[in-house]
Design a protein around this ligand. Structure first.
Ligand SMILES: Nc1nc2c(ncn2[C@@H]2O[C@H](COP(=O)(O)OP(=O)(O)OP(=O)(O)O)[C@@H](O)[C@H]2O)c(=O)[nH]1
Ligand SMILES: [Mg+2]
Length: 225
């Protein structure tokens, strides 16, 4: 009982901070996108592909969340895109206050969108709103077709699911069709993108969808402002 009360309080406080982040982003007319996955599923690789394709059309900054190191922030900086590292230590997710501190370091007036790479973890990040408009989950296909049902929360709360590493499927007994069915059973409205960051297969379809999503969110916010 006590545990539930404490958890509820923590999440309520986080939701309040997330609303403040959202209000700040709305003032600048830009969306934030929260990329989540288990460790190593390919979040940074997806960001690298997306930024390489879109950085000349849209202005991005990336907030990188990791327990330790700034390796991922350095990968983003190598593309000439501003990035800000949040080191979470023992905390297994980003929370809205951490993102607020990062947003304060960014030149929001010069951006079209803020991309957030959450800490690699299949559970906790899904429970912490950050003030984002869009959630994207990256799932490594080789982990199995049943995982969406075993770990449903993140799959349920995301708008798009990137099914990454399809180049490795021939070396496993995972069925892509069964995996897709499994995701849609948990989240019937999720948009699915099977792709490989290694070979590039399927990446163009993702990038096209992502560009349209950013532009439409930006326009909607700008019109409302
Ligand atoms: N074979 C294959 N390997 C991939 C693919 N995408 C990423 N990888 C590899 O998977 C590993 C992890 O990729 P990252 O992009 O660092 O994954 P991440 O989700 O950002 O990892 P964390 O931030 O540590 O949670 C790297 O060695 C990548 O080269 C893919 O489509 N196919
Ligand atoms: Mg990463």
């Amino acid at each position: 009982m006590r545990r539930i009360v404490i958890e509820t309080k923590i999440l309520k406080k986080n939701d309040e901070a997330a609303l403040e982040n959202r209000a700040l982003l709305d003032r600048y007319g830009i969306p934030a996108v929260n990329f989540m996955s288990a460790p190593g599923a390919g979040k940074t690789s997806v960001l690298e592909h997306s930024l390489r394709s879109l950085k000349n059309e849209l202005r991005f900054a990336v907030i990188e969340g990791d327990p330790a190191t700034s390796f991922d922030a350095e990968r983003i900086q190598a593309l000439g895109v501003p990035s800000y590292q949040v080191t979470t230590g023992t905390c297994c997710h980003l929370d809205a206050k951490m993102v607020a501190r990062a947003l304060a370091q960014l030149q929001l007036e010069e951006l079209d969108a803020v991309l957030i790479e959450n800490v690699g973890n299949l559970m906790c990040p899904a429970e912490f709103n950050l003030g984002e408009q869009l959630r994207v989950m990256v799932y490594s296909c080789v982990e199995g077709a049943e995982k969406p049902k075993k770990y449903p929360v993140m799959f349920r709360t995301t708008h798009a699911v990137i099914l990454n590493k399809i180049d490795l499927l021939p070396y496993t007994d995972v069925s892509l069709e069964e995996l897709k069915r499994s995701v849609l059973e948990v989240n019937p409205t999720a948009v699915l993108f099977p792709l490989s960051c290694r070979t590039g297969e399927g990446v163009a379809e993702w990038v096209d969808w992502f560009r349209d999503a950013i532009v439409s969110m930006r326009t909607r916010v700008a019109v409302c402002a």
